[in-house]
Design a protein around this ligand. Structure first.
Ligand SMILES: [Ca+2]
Ligand SMILES: [Ca+2]
Ligand SMILES: [Ca+2]
Length: 276
């Protein structure tokens, strides 16, 4: 009889899960189990870009890309398999200016803490020709929020070598965006959701003890004099771009943000409802 099949299945499931201590389960309990199951099942597959720009505060020397804003920061990144040839197209980039910041909002989905990195920020750093160990970068701090009121910034550190040439070494920048060249592009099929191949700088919500966020804020680290950014050891973040902050391309050039792990907003609300 078709009508008895679900009951048999649920009885089998409950015995498997709880043994002899829970052979009977109420329908609300079963409904909750199904919801939790659906939540975790979807979690592994959620990959998306932000839905919109919540705010943009331009710093000194911004302007590049404004004619194509906000579309140029909402879609996929446009990198290149050759790290010596970065993206330089304002249809796909927005210069934040010195100390400028932008907040991207995930409204249909939220970024959730899945296994490993949860989202990636793409700029256009590049490897100077003839210097494979070096990178030309314009860095930014990355913060996240669920409500735009409480912000949590990923820890970052900068090792100042005290020489101009040393500023180009990638390892001196930790926990910042704008450091790793971008390889992923719709043109080459490299996934923006796989941090092992995409390029860009990835961030893990687990590092902040957060389960989900709706907003990602990217803030240019400024210069040593204008809007300086100080790491937790007291070092002022300095990057090669600070020596040439000519308008309109000053500061961090945002290409894209990609959520590696996300879930529909409605699903997350149901998840929280279970604990009330
Ligand atoms: Ca994670
Ligand atoms: Ca740049
Ligand atoms: Ca872009």
């Amino acid at each position: 009889m078709p009508s008895s099949r679900p009951r048999v299945l649920l009885s089998f499931t409950s015995n498997r899960l709880f043994g002899q201590h829970a052979v009977r389960m109420s329908y609300p309990t079963i409904a909750i189990l199904i919801l939790v199951s659906a939540f975790w099942t979807h979690k592994a597959a959620g990959q998306c870009f932000p839905d919109r720009v919540f705010s943009f505060s331009a710093g000194y020397g911004a302007g590049f890309g404004l004619g194509y804003f906000p579309q140029n920061v909402l879609g996929p990144p446009h990198g290149n398999v050759n790290p010596q040839l970065p993206n330089a197209d304002e249809r796909e980039l927005l210069s934040l200016g010195v100390g400028g910041s932008i907040v991207l909002e995930f409204s249909s989905h939220v970024v959730i803490d899945g296994p490993g990195p949860d989202f990636t920020v793409f700029e256009n750093p590049f490897q100077p020709i003839g210097y494979p160990d070096f990178v030309f970068c314009e860095t930014a701090t990355v913060s996240v929020s669920t409500d735009t009121i409480s912000w949590y910034t990923f820890p970052f550190e900068f090792d100042d070598p005290g020489t101009t040439a040393g500023l180009y070494q990638k390892w001196r920048y930790r926990g910042l965006a704008g450091v790793t060249p971008v390889f992923s592009s719709p043109d080459n099929g490299i996934s923006p959701y796989d941090p092992n191949v995409s390029g860009g700088d990835s961030f893990d919500l687990h590092d902040l003890g957060l389960t989900y966020v709706k907003f990602v804020k990217v803030t240019d680290t400024g210069t040593t004099e204008i809007s300086p950014t100080v790491d937790r050891r007291g070092n002022i973040v300095n990057d090669p771009g600070n020596a040439m902050n000519a308008p309109p391309t000053a500061g961090f050039d945002l290409d894209a943000v990609a959520a590696i792990h996300s879930s529909p907003v409605a699903t997350v609300r149901e998840d929280w409802y279970l604990y009330e």
